[in-house]
Design a protein around this ligand. Structure first.
Ligand code: ADE
Length: 232
C-alpha cells in the first residue's frame, strides 16, 4: 500500500476517475461499473476498481482542495502506475454564458495557490489538460449531443472569499468557472508524464448567485460520468 491508499499494486486500473466526494466514488462504481471491488477505505476515501464495457477502470475519492487531490494523484501515479486521471466534479460559474448544469472541459487551470512557486520561483507554470483526452471528451460529447464549454478555469484555495467581486478579475480574462483541484492534478500529471483531464458541471454561479438542486445535480452528473468513462 501507499501512504494514503490501502491497495495492493495491481488492484488499481490504469485509468482512474476522481470525484471529490468518496460517496460519489461509491455511487459511480455501483451505477456504472460491473465486477466492482473496493480497494481503499483509508481515511474513508473510498476507492473501487471494476469494468466499464469490459475495460478496467478505478474510481477514487480525491477529497476537497489542492493538497488532498495532490496526494492521491501523486500516489496513484507513482505507487500504482496510473496513466490517465480524470477528475469529475462541480464548479461555480464565473461567466453569465456559463449556466447552471453546463459541462466544462478544463483546458487549463489558473490558480491562486502557491503550489508551483516552490518549483518555479515566481515564474508561472501553466497547468494544461492532456490534448488527447480533451479532444476525445469533446468528440464524445458532440456525438452524444451533450453540450459543453471548454476553456481556462480557476483552481482556488479559498471557497469562502471575503470579497464578492473577487471573481471579476478572472472573469475579465475569460476564466469560465472556479473549483479547487485541477491545477495540481494537471501539474502532477505533467511532472510524471501521464494524462489528466477535468470534466466539471456547474453547480452554482458567482454571477447570478443561483445554485442547482440535488435533482439537477444527479442528471448532469450522469452526463459528466459518461464523458469521463468514454476515455477509459
Ligand atoms: N465547486 C463548486 N462550486 C464552487 C465554488 N463556488 N467555489 C469553489 N469550488 C466550487
Amino acid at each position: 500500500m501507499s501512504l494514503h491508499i490501502g491497495a495492493e499494486v495491481g488492484e488499481i486500473a490504469e485509468t482512474v476517475l476522481l470525484p471529490g466526494d468518496p460517496l460519489r466514488a461509491k455511487w459511480i462504481a455501483e451505477h456504472f461499473l460491473t465486477d466492482v471491488k473496493q480497494y481503499n477505505n483509508v481515511r474513508g476515501m473510498l476507492g473501487f476498481t471494476g469494468l466499464y464495457n469490459g475495460k478496467r477502470v478505478s474510481v477514487q475519492g480525491s477529497g476537497m482542495g489542492i493538497p488532498s487531490i495532490g496526494i492521491y494523484a501523486h500516489e496513484l501515479i507513482n505507487d500504482y502506475g496510473v496513466k490517465k486521471l480524470i477528475r469529475v466534479g462541480s464548479a461555480g460559474s464565473y461567466q453569465k454564458e456559463v449556466a447552471l448544469r453546463d459541462i466544462v472541459l478544463a483546458m487549463s487551470a489558473s490558480t491562486n495557490s502557491s503550489i508551483n512557486n516552490a518549483t518555479f520561483h515566481g515564474e508561472t507554470f501553466a497547468p494544461t489538460a492532456s490534448f488527447n483526452l480533451l479532444r476525445k471528451a469533446a468528440d464524445f460529447a458532440e456525438n452524444k449531443g451533450i453540450s459543453y464549454k471548454a476553456g481556462n478555469i480557476l483552481s482556488s484555495d479559498i471557497f469562502y472569499q471575503d470579497n464578492p467581486e473577487y471573481y471579476k478579475k478572472w472573469a475579465s480574462h475569460g476564466v469560465l468557472c472556479v473549483e479547487m483541484e485541477t491545477a495540481v492534478l494537471y501539474t502532477t500529471a505533467a511532472k510524471f508524464g501521464v494524462e489528466a483531464l477535468s470534466v466539471l458541471t456547474i453547480s452554482d454561479s458567482l454571477v447570478t448567485h443561483e445554485a442547482t438542486s440535488s435533482q439537477d445535480r444527479e442528471t448532469t452528473f450522469k452526463e459528466m460520468i459518461e464523458i469521463a468513462l468514454s476515455l477509459v
